[in-house]
Design a protein around this ligand. Sequence first.
Ligand SMILES: *Cc1c(COP(=O)(O)O)cnc(C)c1O
Length: 372
Amino acid sequence: MIPILDSKRQYAKIGSEVEKAVCEVLRSGSYILGPNVKALENELANYIGCNYTVGLNSGTDALHIALRALDIGAGDEVITTAFTFVATTESIEIVGATPVFCDINPDTFNIDADKIEELITPRTKAIMPVHLYGQPCDMDKIMDIAKRHNLYVIEDCCQAIGAKYKGQMVGTFGDIGCYSFYPTKNLGGMGDGGLITVNSENLKNRIVALRNHGGAIRYHHDEVGVNSRLDEIQAAILRVKLNYIDEWNKLRREHASTYNELLSSCSDIQTPKELDDTYCVYHQYTVKIPNRDEIHKMLQESGIGAMLYYPIPLHMQKVHSHLGYKMGDLPITEKNTECVISLPMFPELTLEEQKTVASTLISCLEKSKALI
Ligand SMILES: *Cc1c(COP(=O)(O)O)cnc(C)c1O
């Protein structure tokens, strides 16, 4: 069995450091928004290269608090992608705004910046690009459109911590960047967690208030906020792991190029492409293949933990049915949904395992062809 991700292998390496850090928190008596959260916020602001970060309960909270902080709500439209995890567009619905789906670039799986402008209306308030699978979006084009049309940009960086576009980390281009520390993410906690990156001090203050019941001063509430405080145990764990993130992302990139080589002999497999001058962090290694559903089943039966991210495009999900989209509205999104498959990818993956994954995938493709 080769899993898509094996968190236990990572724990075997750093467990003793994590346990020490967690025990210190347990003994400290300070469990929520304490010194570890403060330190993590500073360390991540330094690492990502922004003025401020705010620790939160989840990536989903980061996204909808970002929208709240920019006063985006009922009657407003946010242009985004349907080829992402539901939390992206759910956050837009949570604040009462309307997601407007833009089709994707078939090579990067990310929002097609050339198709954004035709979707802009007087109600458009923001663009929400998602750096899917750890691959940066075309930020030059997106920021240029946003400037010309006076739109906010909220980057969904939940799969892309450490990814760079032209040498600059994602999450620092737009007004707000949103991160998740869900355990499977490249920088994952051992529970839920999230983070916002921001350069404006005013916005930072608003977000700090929103995360704790809408008030900067305890028991003074200026507006309706939420409880989205990050806890000390998660922050302490994330501080240990932050020391390894560059090494882990580098290993993911090495595994990606190994897969590219191992799969290059099979013309049925389209391996991932990178935009020029980007540093992808391969949260997922996703290829395109024919007969995807059948191959997926065959791989699972062979003990390869391949996964489909994501099997239904968001414009076809029941939660968004009130928006009135139909099949055919986002042809490239729909086509890619049918042929993508993500292969096992995590820093501790071995060369032997990669060879097994590649040869199994190639032989499954050959078998399925012979059956036709
Ligand atoms: C994981 C993820 C989220 C949500 O993060 P949570 O911490 O699980 O709430 C949002 N967007 C994308 C693209 C994600 O991958």
